[in-house]
Design a protein around this ligand. Structure first.
Ligand code: SF4
Length: 364
């Protein structure tokens, strides 16, 4: 039986070198250059190695390794003051759709884009069932592999020209529910021989997956960023909105977060999806403050609700958002209003996954 073809995008540089040494005992000396090409250019280009590689040897490489790019299916854009928010729907080799979004974050004084963040998916669908989230409606279809997670970045660079400065795991799926693939993808994305993302450029966003938060803490990556989706600091309301709260209520989440202090200046991101009539009262703001107070530095991101295909409520007005932010500040919290980007193309927070209805419609 021939050995299966290994996807380079799921390997760190050292793992690829070891695999190359095993697969091609002679001629593996170019492995380091091929790794850089795969991660940065999305393929092997033997003509650019400086030394000629015989065709038979090239074929041996191609028979042993592949660079698993995803297939762009749809690209949707929404123009805003900072630039375009772009949603890419990418097809996996087995025909599922994965969504990734490029979000402009900062612009130079002359209007040129200074920094952007790419939002990555870790699963096709999600089993967490958050009621304000479109992805939840799919249920969990399957986990993405580490190579497929990394491929969202590589495919976007090579096929779409994206150059995201920051990465946030806040797309389809609960990242900590797919730990092995997430962990390996983090190792690959931060590998200095490949894409070389610094830990401080990466944020994991979780709905409150306790075992995953513990694993992250054990990882000991001091500069990695973490944010949680809080959305209510009242157990009854949060359990209704986010079923994970039934098995991991607020007190236990708070304990897990207290144990997660990777560095002295660490600021926990606390995402709060503002749902008019559900979690936008004065006492809701006070509860958020009570939850955050023991946790040290927190930055609360207030995210105006973005209705999906079956809206839970209406989006809040600007006045309602400002009012809630004012209450949080009165409580002494650091607060940032998340400017809504990509709502019209279903690319905003909580809106991903609407295009994934079936493998058949993926058209691959
Ligand atoms: S908000 Fe995140 S964790 Fe909750 S259902 Fe949606 S994708 Fe899953």
């Amino acid at each position: 039986m021939p050995s299966p073809i290994v996807d380079v995008l799921g390997l760190t540089h050292d793992e690829f070198l070891a695999a190359a040494r095993a697969a091609l005992p002679e001629g593996h000396g170019i492995a380091s250059q091929l790794y850089r090409q795969a991660l940065q250019c999305g393929g092997f280009d033997f003509s650019r190695l400086g030394t000629p590689v015989p065709a038979t040897r090239q074929a041996q490489w191609q028979d042993s390794f592949r660079v698993g790019l995803l297939t762009p299916q749809r690209i949707l854009e929404e123009r805003g003051t900072l630039g375009a928010t772009i949603k890419a729907v990418l097809a996996t080799a087995d025909g599922y759709r994965v969504e990734t979004v490029l979000i402009p974050m900062r612009a130079h004084a002359d209007g040129r884009l200074a920094a952007s963040t790419q939002c990555l998916s870790t699963q096709v669908g999600c089993r967490m069932g958050c009621t304000f989230c479109e992805t939840a409606r799919l249920g969990l279809i399957r986990n993405l592999s580490a190579a497929e997670i990394v491929s969202q970045v590589v495919t976007a660079r090579v096929r779409l020209g994206w150059r995201a400065k920051n990465l946030v795991f806040m797309g389809m799926g609960e990242p900590l529910d797919n730990w092995d693939a997430l962990h390996q993808a983090l190792r690959v994305l931060s590998d200095p021989h490949g894409l070389s993302y610094g830990q401080d450029r990466i944020t994991i966003c979780t709905s409150g997956h306790l075992a995953g938060i513990e694993r992250l803490a054990k990882l000991g990556w001091k500069r990695l960023n973490l944010s949680i989706s809080l959305t209510s600091a009242d157990d009854e309301t949060r359990s209704r909105l986010m079923p994970i709260n039934r098995s991991a209520p607020l007190a236990r989440l708070q304990q897990a977060l207290l144990a997660y202090r990777p560095r002295r200046c660490f600021a926990l991101g606390v995402n709060y999806c503002l749902l008019p009539g559900i979690n936008d009262r004065r006492e809701d703001a006070a509860r958020v403050a009570a939850f955050c107070r023991p946790l040290g530095r927190c930055l609360v991101n207030v995210i105006p609700y973005n209705p999906g295909s079956q809206p839970l409520t209406r989006p809040p007005t600007d006045e309602e958002v400002d009012c809630f932010i004012g209450w949080l500040r009165e409580e002494g919290l650091a607060v940032r209003r998340r400017i809504t980007k990509g709502r019209s193309i279903m690319a905003a927070c909580g809106q991903l996954g609407n295009s994934q209805r079936s493998r058949e419609t993926a058209g691959v």
